[in-house]
Design a protein around this ligand. Structure first.
Ligand SMILES: [Mn+2]
Length: 483
């Protein structure tokens, strides 16, 4: 079939879709949340504009659907390995990327001009954005969102004024949550944007900055708790160094540990039972970030007696920046009892920085889901879409398409991982590979009871050991058969 014929064949479908869209747009009660339309007083809480007119609740239509605004693989209530897809995946919308991302980069100004934005950073604008956030989450059909304190409410002239701004927006968010199941997956404090944090926050060389950061985290813990958040995240935005010549690394790390301990103490004092999560990242914006990767963070938590109080939020793009795969970081966290949450995104193999793209690689998603299933799920953690539209994607519907694509990719990964687990051949390959340790002497070794004399005796008795094939290509063949 040539291209022209193909297009002709699809033409009636396009016309139908257009008619459906027009019908939705023409439905009587919508008032687009465009600052140029008159939907009443758009700065008041009573304003009832619709931010995404023409887009209704996203539904599961199956893998044959050609509708970009539908799920092809994510079927929220379908059970996979005894659990609903929505309970394995626990998706969350990241407020900062989705509603504060502008498309600006170091070479260019913002490219996105969402119709509801009035160009200000006022409290009224913050509330309108919050409404957009809840309409988006509702239409997407997820139940969680994540936020930084400073993304949802503007800075004031003093900390008192800033906290008052935050309180006003948080109270409004609480009102929007009422009667829904929507709650924060986690909250966090933005401790890297303001110039006061240029040397870091908890690892700043200035005690005044350390205190200011503590006050900010105290407040962010309180508002996360107030909104019914299930976790709280520490991403050490600028906790690291540019050069060791002017840095007392030992002192900075000890400060960071004491800061985290104070957060644990405050969490307990206010009765917040959410999980505290640390998000490893190796570099950017500092040359060296202290929470380099899962193993480094694990060692830090052990050294300072913080194991048991923290888990990890593994971000796939950060994993690759540290020279690991996302699967490696997830498994390192999992085998140490630290896998708490996933920032679902990916980088670009040809670009060496943190591009925060939506994960669309089915193979990578399948590896991610193998770890999540082995972990028994992530709850009370989940998958936060720490991912943004490309600078060149500027339509409002692109926000939906990006999330749908990311959700479908992970849903497909879940289905594939379940297939691999139910098939069992991969697990059998691994079991066979280590079966020599299922012997009497193997059991002694694993129990830590085989001394060198015993082992030397065995080595003499056995002679040259038999070394079988690692079967890597077979493992890869089995894996790919599930994709
Ligand atoms: Mn990132």
């Amino acid at each position: 079939m040539n291209k022209k014929m193909k297009f002709r064949g699809l033409l009636p479908l396009f016309l139908c879709l257009n008619l459906v869209m027009l019908a939705v747009i023409a439905s009587p009660h919508t008032c687009p949340a465009n600052i140029n339309t008159n939907c009443g007083d758009s700065s008041s809480d009573e304003w009832e504009g619709e931010f995404f007119p023409g887009i209704s609740k996203i539904k599961y239509e199956g893998s044959n659907s050609k509708n970009p605004l539908s799920y092809k693989w994510y079927n929220a209530d379908e059970e996979i390995l005894g659990k609903k897809m929505k309970d394995w995946l626990r998706f969350s919308v990241a407020f900062w990327h989705t509603f504060r991302g502008t498309g600006a980069d170091p070479f260019g100004v913002p490219t996105k001009s969402w119709p509801w934005e009035d160009g200000t950073n006022s409290v009224a604008m913050a509330k309108r954005r919050m409404r957009a956030n809840f309409e988006f989450i509702n239409k997407l059909g997820v139940e969680r969102w994540c936020f930084h304190d400073r993304d949802i409410a503007p800075d004031g002239k003093t900390l008192t004024e800033t906290n008052a701004n935050l309180d006003e927006v948080i109270a409004f968010a609480k009102k929007l949550q009422e009667g829904t199941n929507i709650r924060p997956l986690w909250g966090t404090a933005q401790l890297f944007m303001h110039p006061r944090y240029m040397h870091g926050a908890a690892t700043s060389s200035e005690v005044g900055v350390y205190a200011y950061a503590a006050a900010q985290v105290k407040k962010a813990l309180e508002v996360t708790h107030y909104l019914g958040g299930e976790n709280y995240v520490f991403w050490g935005g600028r906790e690291g160094y540019q050069i060791l010549l002017n840095t007392d690394m030992e002192r900075e790390l000890a400060h960071l540990a004491n800061f985290l301990q104070a957060a644990v103490d405050w969490k307990k004092k206010i009765g917040f039972n959410g999980t505290l999560l640390i998000e490893p990242k190796p570099q950017e914006p500092t040359k060296h970030q202290y929470d380099w990767d899962a193993a480094t963070t694990y060692a830090f938590l052990q050294k300072f007696g913080l194991i048991g109080e923290f888990k990890l939020n593994i971000e796939c793009n950060h994993a690759t920046l540290s020279g690991h795969s996302c699967h490696h970081e997830l498994e390192t966290a999992r085998i140490n009892g630290l896998l708490g949450n996933i920032d679902a995104n990916t980088g670009d193999p040809q670009i060496g920085w943190d591009t925060d793209q939506f994960l669309t690689d089915i193979g990578e998603a399948t590896l991610v889901m193998l770890s999540v299933i082995r972990n028994g799920g992530l709850a009370p953690g989940g998958f936060n879409f720490d991912a943004k539209l490309r600078r060149e994607s500027t339509d409002v519907e692109d926000i939906f398409i990006a999330h749908i694509s990311g959700m479908d990719t992970l849903a497909r990964g879940l289905r594939n991982a379940a297939k691999l687990i139910e098939d069992g051949s991969l697990a059998e390959l691994v079991r066979k590979r280590y079966q020599s340790f299922d012997s009497e002497i193997g059991a002694q070794i694993e129990a830590g009871k085989a001394d060198f004399e015993t082992l030397e005796k065995k080595a003499m008795e056995w002679g040259e050991p038999y070394v079988p094939s690692g079967k890597q290509e077979l493992a890869e063949m089995i894996f790919h058969s599930a994709l």
